[in-house]
Design a protein around this ligand. Sequence first.
Ligand SMILES: Cc1cc2nc3c(=O)[nH]c(=O)nc-3n(C[C@H](O)[C@H](O)[C@H](O)COP(=O)(O)O)c2cc1C
Length: 192
Amino acid sequence: MLERLMPHYTKQDFPTHNVRRFLEPGPIVLVSSAYRDETNIMTMGWYMMMEFEPALIGCCISAANHSFELVRKSRQCVINLPTVDLAAEAVKIGNSSGRDIDKFSEFGLTPKPGGRVRAPLIAECYANFECIVRDSSWVSKYNVFVFEVVKAHVATSPKYPKTIHYRGDGEFMISGENTRRYRKLFRPDMLG
Ligand SMILES: Cc1cc2nc3c(=O)[nH]c(=O)nc-3n(C[C@H](O)[C@H](O)[C@H](O)COP(=O)(O)O)c2cc1C
């Protein structure tokens, strides 16, 4: 048998509140919302895919955020996928509140009407996923809204956008290398 060098790590106790630094890094997204004559944007890193079809996404939106109220009342949002070109805007959007400013004009972003929801798409983002709340039973306990993506708009190129992934403590990972090297190890029926 071929000898293969497997990693061997020395480990130490680690504070559980920082476990997120290893598990968080899905791409950060910008959640746009609208209620009555108001629109808003927030930055979000805490979300998870929950189902293929319908496409369900669980999103943790703090009740302290202005967006929380707009989403709760309208039961809609758009999940917008920014690339590294918008990294500074994503941080500034996450460090300000729509209670105080209009984030679209403040950060030079263009609201575009969607097809299925009233919340605006952010034109400068690589992709826009129009969402409707499908389950709000986790909102009171975890501030988690379960959304269904009812319409998706995705840029035709590049194939792999340079997305930004938050690692905590002000540090980002920028998506990099892609490989199909392990594809042959998947059972065809297990290729998601
Ligand atoms: C990188 C990053 C990730 C964030 N992730 C979340 C998140 O998952 N959930 C959340 O409620 N707030 C998150 N925030 C904080 C909100 O974006 C922030 O509170 C925002 O200012 C809320 O705006 P609003 O009051 O206009 O809704 C994040 C901020 C940053 C910078």
